[in-house]
Design a protein around this ligand. Sequence first.
Ligand code: ATP
Ligand code: MG
Length: 655
Amino acid sequence: MSDDLKIYNPSPEFSAAAHVSGMEAYQALCKEAETDYEGYWARLARELISWHKPFTQVLNEENAPFFKWFEDGLLNASYNCLDRNVERGLGDKTAIIFEADGGEVTKVSYSELLAKVSQMANGLKSLGLGKGDRVVIYIAMSIDGVAAMQACARLGITHSVVFGGFSAQSLRDRIEDTGAKAVITADCQVRGGKKLPLKAIVDEALGMPGCEKIEKVLVVNRADAPVTMQAGRDVWMADVVAGQSTTCEPVWVEAEHPLFLLYTSGSTGKPKGVQHSTGGYLLHAALTTKWTFDLKADDVFWCTADIGWVTGHTYITYGPLALGGTEIVFEGVPTYPDAGRFWKMIQDHKVSIFYTAPTAIRSLIKAAEANDAVHPKSYDLSSLRILGSVGEPINPAAWEWYHQHVGGGRCPIVDTFWQTETGGHMITPLPGVTPLVPGSCTLPFPGIQFAVVDEVGNDLPWGKGGILVCKKPWPSMIRTIWGDPERFKKSYYPEDFKGKYYLAGDGAIRDEKTGYFTITGRIDDVLNVSGHRMGTMEIESALVSCTELVAEAAVVGRPDDTTGEAVVAFVVLKRPRPTGDEAKAIAKILRDHVGKEIGPIAKPKDIRFGDNLPKTRSGKIMRRLLRSIAKGEAITQDTSTLENPAILDQLSENN
Ligand code: ATP
Ligand code: MG
């Protein structure tokens, strides 16, 4: 594998100007962490965070795996993201450039955002909400959404954002699990030119058993959509905020105070309520934004994730603001009014750092190849200097396209591997440091101790695929699963590794020469065909590298009498879904292609074509459902986070 690696080096000028400049600087940081782990994190926590009361303790492992960081320090996340920037003279600097679905642009400066958040916090306080309470936020991408999270943080209220695409049932489940006292929502959200209700879904959720603790529903008016307001319970945000002071003393909380709860996207099982801290989380949010994205004073940063996902928490609400950056918040969808929307927004706002998901890239490739008008080449993207990818492995073919057509061949791509549970980047290139290899998330973030081990925790040599673990606790790690500490221990610190290693749940392999990590898929996505172990990801990448035909592919295993397991591929083509003889002919081409790319052993036994793949609402392929379909089983699993249920029937048909 090492021999034909394609490597993209950062330019010397780029490296020279970067926050972490060159491989030696990276290695020096790793060395510092190795020599004095606690000292390293303590130094950074003092440099990046303003503490109301400085911490004297760094890491407390007494009650492992319930680790504590900086526990005797006091701070406030909202103070760090807002007041501190105003005090540093950034009051007039634009904090957020908001672009609505229809294209209207609103900008807020740091002073304005601070005033807005303070008013909202005073409003929440007037309703009796405060430290120790939970508030669920169910709202679309908006300045109000970010402000609501910051207002909660200001008061020590633990927020739990639920993505606006979730159903009433999923919302109900999360409200019940968090034990929230209030919901912040809006009349509706506007996406792709359509108004979609939010408040009505909250009403439906609250009508179900389990939500009895909710006392108040605060409603932001987004677009005058009709709503029913229940007297005593429902209040307009505008009324709550009216007349409130624009200053609000932050509530200083202990570093371990839960800043938020967030449910994982559910691509492998029932969503878990991941609990994050204030101090350690904020440190890693700020630090990774600074080093991975090399954020500087005049950058325009755009993370396209929704605030309903951890990516939106860390790289919209907290990281960029903690550094005093300017960022885009976008309400709409990448394909409205057409699939050139992202490129047009990069051009209009002179975005310099762009962070999105492989699923978005793959769908935009398909659109761009069909229509020059929405191809990146039809836009001026010269403001870009760094690109990022997150959420799933990015296939080398999609990486190359992103690099060439969006990044003009000059922008480093940071392929950031991390999880809801990790709070921020874990394995990622640093743009001024790391020679890039398409499809590899390269090396651990300085200080992060990831390794590839076997089933009992022994280190594996480079070149051998195994299980991804983290050998040391880190500041922004999950603290527990809300209300279920036993599940936390079992899921993340299993006895297989004597309860010592954090189990990511992903498989990985390190390149024999470079030591670079490649994620091979979830642990349970490893296939064993006639005794050969293969990651599903490898076969998917081979399929997608057939660029004339394939837009997207997912691969799963199915028990097979002769080979143990057989490879089943679900494929979305760049042309309409084929049936009959055409499907057979294309399946043969693809089988041969995989045979040529990897070897005959990897040839899919069964290829199914669909208009799409089953995805979570965050855009991840739900392979666990595909496994059931491949086996011909009825689907009995949790599908609450599935975006497009109808696709399951189509893929179940034999074609
Ligand atoms: P659940 O844990 O509920 O099953 P999930 O794992 O999809 O859902 P997230 O926390 O949103 O929930 O996703 C983290 C996972 O996403 C990682 O474990 C990994 O499988 C995948 N992932 C994220 N970024 C990358 C990346 N850059 N490369 C490869 N895989 C990635
Ligand atoms: Mg996960």
